[in-house]
Design a protein. Sequence first.
Length: 262
Amino acid sequence: MAKAYERIADDIRQSIRAGQRKPGDRLPSEDALATQYRRSVPTIREALRVLATEGLIEKQHGRGTFVRRPRTRVLRDNLRHQWEKDRVKEPVERRATTGATERDTGLEVDDLVFRASYREVGASEGIAEAFGIPVGTLMLERTYRTRYAAETAPFALVTSYLVHGVAAGNPELLDEAKEPWPGGTQNQLYTVGIELDRIEERVTARPPTPEEAEELELPPGTAVFVLRKTSYDTDDRVVELSDVTLPGDRTELRFTTSLERW
């Protein structure tokens, strides 16, 4: 038999899904809900905790509890990299009209707010091992945040690494003011004579750190996908490495494998 808080949570859940309570609507106070359902305030709090964990409601400090507005969903599939490579040699005007984020979300360029920051760092042991270079080699670390203009949280937390000496082959690649770069990283690498042969992506899941949960505005209990993207050139060298943290409540990872026919 369902517990009292579960029945209350289900009733509120159904009212949200039926559209009786719409995104942005404020829920009655805990005392008012306790009176409505003839239950104690602790029971109401437990029901609200369940709904917050599901991402249906959110508590705003000093304001109350609101029906959560659905976040823009991101569909990230394994065809995105070939799509980007197919556009590498296209004119800049065409490359500038859309990028991978627009492809993954269905949004337009003008819908997005983009931020990039660059810094020079020495290769850590893990980064050096991945690239096959000495520890301490000068790297260009690039941090990216892209969000829908109507929302406050980014789609993902992205940190990308290039060997500084390679990126310096085109001084514009060292300038964060050139971002967002039409055509993305594959076009950037193309400007220094690099063609990608393959991209490997390793995906794991884990609870977010407090900092990740805050920046991604995750509902309590939501996991994140952690994606390590490794790009190899046609000489089998690692030329770019990205660590991407994706929110589990609004990211879909889709993999399509074409099979040879008998």
